[in-house]
Structures are given as structure tokens and as C-alpha cells.
Ligand binder design. Structure first.
Ligand SMILES: [Zn+2]
Length: 452
């Protein structure tokens, strides 16, 4: 780069920093997600599970369903998946296995960090805790985060029927769980599942890698919805396997994960608008207050939700009017590291405010995320005609919605006579847009209806 250009670049960088510094704005609320989503097993609870597992083994042996372990290495896929979620992420990791057998408060995870825990009782955390985020209880109610088999194996025990709304450690409560034995003799425990959500497959049946196991829940000794994924080397249950390869896990030289994700995956996983501050907490206390329609002078709560927020990061926030002009912008300094975090700012709309679809944009870690909200109306488009979706005369007021359909827009397909809405080219519904098909109305799809 020539010297003059270099100087110019430095000046621009410097100016940008000064500009951002002037626009630093602390959030109006939020913080680290303070439920760490952990669990604890008493020795008695652990012994009880192993006695159940041994009893089940005897039955399976009698039925000829207990194979000799093969000399092969089983590798795991990530054991959760999101259903019908449009957010950029849905989970984080709160705890790994405690590699330090001393206790209490002598903890070490596979990466030589302290994302694990132990207890004065002598319990050293034995699994990987994967929690859903944000609004984990809502996700549980809506069955939006599923636990899937990390590897193919035989189901050797299922436990169900225990309450799934735990929000604290408890010594006398059992979890709902599925236990799977792999071809190499290793056994995976999938714990804290939602009551009544377990796979219909029976003990003794094979479950394939990636197949549904249950819905993520908070049964047993648990502080919130999460999966406790625990792996044993064999059915003696004396040798634990920590699947994560790292400098403080000498037992594993090659990761047991087919693709091991990094220790920190720093991501803005959801951007939302709310009509009041959201609330996070135990079951029943979680309040989303999600809204995407506002009126003149309204206060819009702008929510952002992170996985692995890292100290020293910044987030650039901007709100745009319907005509694309900038309404307001600021910089947020993220000053702490959290497994999960949430923040909100509120912005007061002018009175009158421009009618239409406003945009809220955040840039974090080099990636830009956008959400939309409608001002001064729930903006509706109604298909009343018969024929092409793309023929404006088939829409009331001869006005058809934009494609993709932005958030905050409601598209109604109404029923009268022989109406048939023919989607003869792809139509995309953005996250936050709504499609309502009246009872008796017809929609024909020679092309794709894409829901984002
Ligand atoms: Zn755990």
C-alpha cells in the first residue's frame, strides 16, 4: 500500500474509533445469563442409575440383544438440533467435564479453563452441559430443541415420568433420560429430558446417529433446560470419557467429535424487538414480551442475545426508518465474557413516526444481523382474487406484498367462492412475517413457499 493511502487508512481508522467512542452507549438492561444450567448427582442417585442399567443389561443379555463390543472407534455428532427456529443459534455450553478429581472448587476443563464445577460432596461434573438460549423454557414448551443420538447404538434404558421444570439442584429427584450403548461398548447418557417426550423406540432397539431421542428439558437435579451428555468407556461405569480433545484432557488424543467445535463460539444468536423488557428466570418467570408492531411515540425495546460473548468485543447498533435513512446508531462495548448474555436498549419513536417497516441492525464479530418491526399498523395484505399470487388485481386495493415478505407483515389468503391463490413463483416469508390462510381458502404451490 502506498504511503499516502496508508496514512489515509490510519486516519480513517482513527476517526472511526473516535466516532465510535463518542457513540458508546451502555445498555438499558441485561447481563450475563445467570442460570448456569448445571446439574448434580449424589452418589446415591448415580448408584441407582447404574443398578437400573445393570438390571436392564441382564434382560437384554437374556434376549440376545447384548453384543460383544467391536474394536472400532465411534465418533459423535452434536447431540441437539433446533426445530422451526429462525434464530442464528439456539444453544451454548455451560459446563464440561471436571478433569480435576480434587474438590471442592478445584476445577479444570479439557481446555485448561474453568467451565465446569464440582461439589463439596465430591461430585466432579461428569458430562457436557448444552443449554438452549434465549428463552429456554419457551423453547421447551414449544418442543423447539431436540436431543438427537450422537452415535448409532442400542437403547439400553429409558427413564421417564419425572418432573421437568427443575430450577435448582435437588437431591431426591430423578431425571428423564435415554441411555445408548454403541458398537464399541461405550455408553452415552442423555439426561434432563422433557417429560413424555422420549423416543417411542423400545429398550433393545437400535437408534441411528442423528435420530430423535427426546426434547431438551430440565428434569432431575437441574438449574434450567439443558442436555447433560455423559459418556462411559464401558458398562462397568468406572471410566468416564471426555470427548473433547484439548491440552487438559490427556486421555483423548483425537477428539471423539466428528467435528469438534471451538472452545468459544462467539455469536449474536438472536435479535428481537419487545414492547417491554424481557424477563429470564425459572419456569413461569420467563417473559418474552416479544412484539413487532408499534405506534407513534412508542418505546421499542431492542433485544440482543449472545452465545459466548467475549470481553473486549463491540457491537454496532443502528435503527433505520422505512425509507432506509438512519434514525439512530450507537456502539456497545462488551466488557465481560459470558457463556450466554442478553441486552436491551430502548428507543422512543418520534410522534408522528414514519409508517412502515423499520429495521434494527447489529454488527458483531464481523457479522450483521437484522430484525424488522412495523410502525403505525399491523401491515396486512389480503388475497381476495382467484389465480396468480403475483397478479396485483387479486389483492385487495390492488396492492400485493413485497417478496421477500418483510417481518411485521401479515399476508391473508381469504376464502370466498372458488378462490385459489396460485404461488406460481417462489415466495419467501422473512422471519417475523405471518401467513394466514382462512378456513376453506385454497393455496396451490406449483412453486416454493419459503419460510425463513
Ligand atoms: Zn451436567
Amino acid at each position: 500500500m502506498p504511503v499516502q493511502q496508508r496514512i489515509l487508512a490510519i486516519v480513517i481508522m482513527f476517526s472511526a474509533q473516535v466516532l465510535f467512542a463518542q457513540n458508546d452507549k451502555p445498555p438499558d438492561g441485561g447481563g450475563g445469563y445467570n442460570i448456569t444450567h448445571a446439574d448434580e448427582w449424589s452418589d446415591a442417585g448415580h448408584t441407582f442409575i447404574i443398578s437400573q442399567l445393570q438390571a436392564s443389561k441382564l434382560l437384554l443379555q437374556k434376549a440376545g440383544k447384548w453384543a460383544q463390543p467391536l474394536q472400532q472407534s465411534v465418533s459423535f455428532i452434536h447431540p441437539t438440533r433446533a426445530i422451526n427456529l429462525t434464530d442464528k443459534g439456539y444453544y451454548g455450553i455451560s459446563n464440561y467435564i471436571d478433569q480435576n478429581s480434587a474438590y471442592p472448587n478445584q476445577i479444570l476443563d479439557y481446555n485448561c479453563g474453568n467451565r465446569t464445577y464440582d461439589q463439596a460432596s465430591g461430585y466432579n461434573h461428569r458430562g457436557t452441559d448444552i443449554f438452549s438460549w434465549p428463552f429456554p423454557w419457551t423453547k421447551m414448551e414449544n418442543n423447539q430443541v431436540e436431543v438427537i443420538a450422537a452415535a448409532t447404538g442400542v437403547i439400553i434404558l429409558k427413564s421417564d415420568g419425572n418432573s421437568d421444570k427443575s430450577c435448582a439442584f435437588c437431591s431426591q429427584c430423578n431425571w428423564n433420560a435415554v441411555y445408548v450403548r454403541h458398537a464399541d461398548g461405550t455408553v452415552a447418557w442423555y439426561g434432563h429430558l422433557k417429560t413424555g417426550s422420549l423416543t417411542n423406540k423400545l429398550v433393545g432397539e437400535v437408534i441411528q446417529q442423528g435420530e430423535f431421542i427426546g426434547v431438551m428439558g430440565s428434569s432431575g437435579s437441574s438449574t434450567g433446560p439443558h442436555l447433560h451428555f455423559e459418556v462411559w468407556a464401558n458398562d462397568n461405569y468406572t471410566q468416564l470419557i471426555d470427548p473433547w480433545a484439548g491440552p487438559c484432557n490427556p486421555a483423548v488424543t483425537q477428539s471423539k467429535w466428528a467435528e469438534q467445535e471451538p472452545y468459544r463460539v462467539s455469536q449474536l444468536i438472536a435479535v428481537m424487538t419487545h414492547n417491554a423488557a424481557p424477563n429470564h428466570g425459572c419456569y413461569g418467570q420467563e417473559v418474552m414480551n416479544a412484539a413487532n408492531t408499534f405506534s407513534n411515540g412508542a418505546r421499542v425495546y431492542l433485544g440482543s442475545y449472545y452465545r459466548d460473548q467475549l470481553s473486549g468485543q463491540t457491537a454496532q447498533h443502528a435503527v433505520f426508518r422505512p425509507d432506509g435513512t438512519l434514525y439512530t446508531q450507537w456502539t456497545q462495548n462488551l466488557t465481560s465474557t459470558f457463556n450466554a448474555s442478553w441486552w436491551y436498549y430502548y428507543v422512543d419513536l418520534p410522534n408522528p413516526a414514519a409508517t412502515g417497516i423499520w429495521k434494527y441492525v447489529i454488527t458483531h464479530n464481523g457479522k450483521t444481523s437484522t430484525t424488522w418491526f412495523a410502525v403505525n399498523a399491523v401491515i396486512e395484505y389480503t388475497f381476495t382474487g382467484n389465480g396468480s399470487y403475483f397478479n396485483a388485481t387479486n389483492w385487495s386495493n390492488n396492492t400485493m406484498p413485497a417478496n421477500p415478505v418483510p417481518a411485521g407483515i401479515i399476508v391473508r389468503i381469504t376464502a370466498s367462492g372458488q378462490n385459489n391463490c396460485i404461488v406460481d413463483a417462489p415466495v419467501t416469508f422473512s422471519s417475523g412475517a405471518t401467513l394466514r390462510i382462512a378456513s376453506g381458502a385454497k393455496i396451490t404451490l406449483p412453486n416454493n413457499l419459503i419460510i425463513q
